[in-house]
Design a protein around this ligand. Structure first.
Ligand code: DHB
Length: 317
């Protein structure tokens, strides 16, 4: 008989069937791939960021390919929370997977207004708060690189919901663990680590930046080693669960993130190459566990066998 593997886990009472999720902004609102992917086999879907009003985003060029990653400067293009509720949520709530709504805003009040409106709707498991978009003038990184602001947003939103509140942290700070500790103290249930790294690309013929906004967010396999180190740093600093994100393209990549302390993982940029990759990784993780006599994926979380002689991290923690 095949060994049964426990894949599920809970955060603040919300149960997730497995530890593989699709990352915000890389999967639309889940409906574009309904013919291609059985999203019910995922732990959950993080939606594209929602603002109060629709946003058309930044002018082109807003996506550029680099050697092992992607640069984007979408500028939080989205349909707005009202259209989301009317047009997207009915389909999303019919799914057998958990829906986590990502929220982006340019003021604390806007964050609160969006969350309060979503609280009145059925079918939302929790919220991911985007305080780390690198591509907008207001909100975004000027919130996410300010530790007391990030904590304040968390504290205010905490008073408005009993559902899981997940704060998505930027790596574009000196010590991400300080931010993780601040949001844990402010009542966050989990953190997503990491958002994109600021990057840029130049066209040498025209001598112009390739992105209309000059800089953008780097994602994809290029960022995996950085993301692993950030997840490790955060896992040494807080007790709340971590959603590990950054260039995950295989089961082995996902296992690496779990070992350094991620409770679950999000697949982002690789969805653009294979929209079914997250489901393949979710299935593959179960086979990996079975083959390695692991009865509960939880036993991989933080199971890194590190005999630390020296790591620059030690002095920051
Ligand atoms: C956007 C880009 C990001 O890299 C991100 O993390 C969030 C939002 C955007 O431009 O929409």
């Amino acid at each position: 008989m095949e060994q049964k593997v426990k894949t599920s886990f809970t955060i603040r009472g919300a149960e997730f069937g497995n530890r593989v999720f699709v990352a915000s902004g890389t999967f639309g609102y889940g409906d574009e791939v309904r013919e291609l992917v059985d999203v019910n086999r995922l732990g959950g879907i993080f939606t594209k960021s929602l603002s109060w009003k629709m946003r058309s985003g930044n002018p082109p060029q807003r996506i550029v390919e680099t050697a092992s990653g992607m640069l984007n400067s979408i500028g939080l293009a989205n349909i707005g929370v009202h259209a989301f509720i009317e047009q997207k949520l009915p389909y999303l709530r019919s799914l057998q997977t958990q829906i986590l709504v990502n929220i982006a805003a340019s003021s604390i009040q806007e964050f609160c207004d969006i969350l309060e409106l979503l609280e009145q709707q059925e079918g939302i498991a929790g919220y991911e708060i985007n305080v780390s978009c690198p591509n907008v003038k207001e909100g975004g990184l000027n919130f996410g690189t300010d530790c007391s602001m990030t904590a304040e947003i968390t504290k205010r939103l905490r008073t408005l919901t009993q559902k899981p509140l997940i704060i998505k942290l930027t790596p574009n700070v000196t010590h991400i663990s300080e931010f993780a500790r601040a949001v844990e103290d402010a009542g966050a249930d989990a953190v997503s680590v990491i958002n994109t790294l600021i990057g840029m690309a130049v066209d040498v013929k025209t001598r112009k930046p390739k992105l209309s906004t000059v800089t953008g967010g780097l994602s994809g396999p290029a960022m995996k080693p950085v993301a692993l180190a950030k997840v490790y740093e955060v896992s040494q600093s807080v007790k709340i669960p971590i959603f590990g994100i950054g260039g995950i393209a295989s089961v082995e990549d996902a296992v690496e993130f779990l070992l350094v302390g991620a409770t679950a993982v999000q697949i982002g940029t690789m969805n653009f190459i294979d929209p079914a990759i997250s489901v393949k990784i979710a299935d593959g993780l179960m086979y990996y566990a079975r083959e390695n006599d692991i009865s509960d994926i939880a036993s991989l979380v933080g199971a890194l066998d590190a005999d630390v002689k020296f790591s620059v991290l030690q002095s920051w923690l």
